[in-house]
Write a new protein. Structure first.
Length: 257
């Protein structure tokens, strides 16, 4: 992908800047919207599970527990939602000129990742407020972020390509994201799941990412090496397969779209 996009890097930046302007240009609070969505979800879950249902989530403060889960989920769902109609919605460009088609869905991944980084800064502030000690294990966030971006990119490319051929993918993607939300430990801990289902849930890379983001930040513990090696390998293989499929079928996009 890097080799294909190098000659079109300026076009990619233009698409990212365009999406940034579309999203925030005439808004009253601008980039604060990047924080508002995860914070509002965190407050909602804190109220429901903390005040109404009075459940316990390990020994974490509710605010940190839910925000650590909501933040990566918001990035993933935002990137994939954008990607579904990104190619079909830009049919006038796809049918007139050639450029690597992955630029369009990638611009959505990039703009949502910028929102994620803003939200991550708020997360660090919350850790300071709740006096969570900073440890060297925080550096495990870097491979977890790489895994998160790579997984979101893979799913985004797949949904964008499929929607060119089958427009009902947009409807199916809504159901898929709802399913993945409950298959990801955003509002619960994987420790509360029966052992029979844990292995099934870990087939979803988001489960590993969310659980270990809590582990390395709130708990200050490291990641088990063989687990992150296995998960990273699975995400890389998934990306390579999907990207190969995408580059093979993109030549027909202009005819089909």
């Amino acid at each position: 992908m890097i080799h294909r996009l190098y000659c079109y890097k300026d076009l990619l930046l233009v698409f990212i800047w365009r999406e940034f302007l579309i999203r925030y240009k005439q808004t009253a609070i601008g980039v604060i919207w990047a924080v508002l969505q995860p914070v509002s979800l965190m407050l909602l879950f804190t109220f429901i599970f903390g005040a109404v249902l009075q459940t316990t989530q390990k020994n974490y403060p509710y605010v940190l527990f839910f925000y650590a889960g909501v933040l990566p989920w918001t990035f993933f769902s935002g990137a994939t939602n954008f990607a579904v109609t990104s190619l079909s919605g830009n049919f006038n460009l796809v049918t007139k000129i050639y450029f690597p088609r992955e630029i369009i869905p990638l611009s959505g991944v990039a703009i949502n990742f910028l929102d994620y980084l803003i939200g991550l800064a708020v997360y660090f502030l919350l850790l300071l407020v709740y006096r969570v000690p900073l440890t060297w294990n925080f550096f495990w966030l870097l491979p977890l972020l790489i895994m998160l971006v790579l997984y979101a990119t893979s799913v985004s490319l797949l949904l964008a390509a499929l929607n060119v051929y089958y427009r009902d993918v947009k409807l199916a993607s809504t159901f898929l994201l709802q399913f993945l939300f409950f298959a990801t430990p955003v509002i619960y801990s994987i420790d509360a799941v029966d052992n029979r289902w844990k292995m099934l849930l870990f087939l979803n890379p988001l489960t590993f990412i969310v659980e270990n983001m809590r582990r390395v930040t709130i708990e200050g513990r490291g990641i088990i090496l063989w687990q992150i090696a296995a998960e990273m390998l699975g995400v890389i293989v998934l990306y390579l397969v999907i990207y190969q499929i995408f580059t093979r079928i993109e030549r027909a996009f202009a005819d089909v779209i």
